[in-house]
Design a protein around this ligand. Sequence first.
Ligand code: FAD
Ligand code: SF4
Length: 509
Amino acid sequence: MAKTLRLILGDQLNLQHSWFQTVNANTTYVLFEMQQETNYVVHHLQKVVAFFAAMRSLANTLQAQGHQVIYWQLDHPKNTQNLTENLDKILKEENFEQLEYQWPDAYRLDQQLQTFCASLDLPSKGVDSEHFITQRADVATFFGNKSYLLERFYRHWRKQTGYLMDGTNPMGGKWNYDQDNRNRLDKKAVVPKPMPLKNKVADLVALLEQEGIQTIGRIDAEHFIWPINRQQSLDLLDYFLEHCLENFGRYQDAMHSDYWLLYHARLSFAMNSKMLGPIEIIEKAIAEYERNNNITLASIEGFVRQILGWREFIRGVYWAKMPDYEQENFFEHQRDLPAFYWTGNTKMNCLSHAINQSLDYAYAHHIQRLMVTGNFALLTNTHPDAVDAWYLGIYIDAIQWVELPNTRGMSQFADGGTVATKPYISSANYIHKMSNYCKSCHYNYKAKTGDKACPFNSLYWNFLMQHEKRLKGNRRMSMMYALLNKMSAQDKEALLLQANYYLEHLEDL
Ligand code: FAD
Ligand code: SF4
């Protein structure tokens, strides 16, 4: 066999990959910590630490299994901080005869490697990362010229995989139990403590500081909470199945100021770094559902839909729509995010909680991302580039293939409706219904105008008026516009005035 160099990117930490099943003296694996990856956006400190720690751990495991591994830390003297320059150096210096890599999930890296490989005078080959259930092009092929709809794709893949199926019918007779999954946190609910993980990562924090890497957020380097190897990821999955799945569906959309984590899985980092695969997670969850009578069909279906449905759908949308997707700005919004997105320093309690917990843990759950920070960014006409940069930086699980369609598409509707059928906007009503945030807020969730009126209220109606031409034809918006049309001209005027005041004083809210 030719002397082969195999590249492993930071989000390709799949120990189960067929690459690693045999040890070969002619094969060397290479991993780089690079400024190219730490600096394309300002990341949360925990995110950079988690990826580097998990990469180091994989490299150590491979070495212990007898594989040959080259690992360049961020401060390695030969490290050019650029992926293809590093590869070029090693290929030449060590006389490799061919290069192999797993297809990257980020378009940017895919392009970079393709260009590099085309310039090489030795053979190169890309292989599947053996992680996803569907292929890159499956969404584009499945829908063709038709509108993209998660539900159709999801049902198709339920049938294909047989998950939660009764022959050709969905188990329980319904495909989707979303309606059952919209509870506010019950006062009597006993929320399990997040599984304690206590990785020590002070050396990595010091390295980032020494190399001048700019980051956001805070860290407890002695009790680092994210899994950094496959065993810890499996432990986290087991903990979720044992303690959280039972209530996952019921409280999937709930928010509460006492908890940064409710019954969510916290598995997105383990999955997006590929330490865990979606199939093993789904199958273990279904096995737990079959074993534990307390887990409802609504809970397990809600969980399976997130992974088999949303996660695969989102990835397919990314590959169907890139690179143009990165430029979409349906509403032509131009504003920047207010500074409190980086400090959490705002009188709006919901935003303060969602942002502060993101700074503390690099984590917020879906509804916090969608209906608090995302909703506010959309209602305040923020440029999708600014929103993307924030989400791509702050969350532990943010890799562009999954961040972009969720943020630009689902949350900001900047794609004009490819991912979401209508913009996800709401007034304070929704936040009040799903959380306890409003109870102790400086603002009054009931008031639309006046001194302490909740900003979400006037901004919501302002948004509807502002974009009436673009949105009126959308059938899913008809109820909202019917309500708007019932309003007197005077009320509308007062709402516009209030919203304009808030828009001009965003930094003070
Ligand atoms: P749970 O709520 O327990 O769900 C289980 C798993 O389902 C998740 O781990 C995740 O892998 C998958 N999942 C659920 N919803 C989605 C979704 N919409 N898209 C893809 N996978 C999904 N998820 C990311 O992984 N990376 C991102 O950068 C990201 N950015 C987001 C930005 C916005 C504005 C929004 C609204 C959502 C974003 N999501 C992103 C989706 C979702 O919020 C996270 O996957 C989830 O909060 C991760 O926490 P968890 O593991 O506890 O998930
Ligand atoms: Fe958020 Fe408004 Fe409720 Fe305050 S009153 S927590 S700003 S929704």
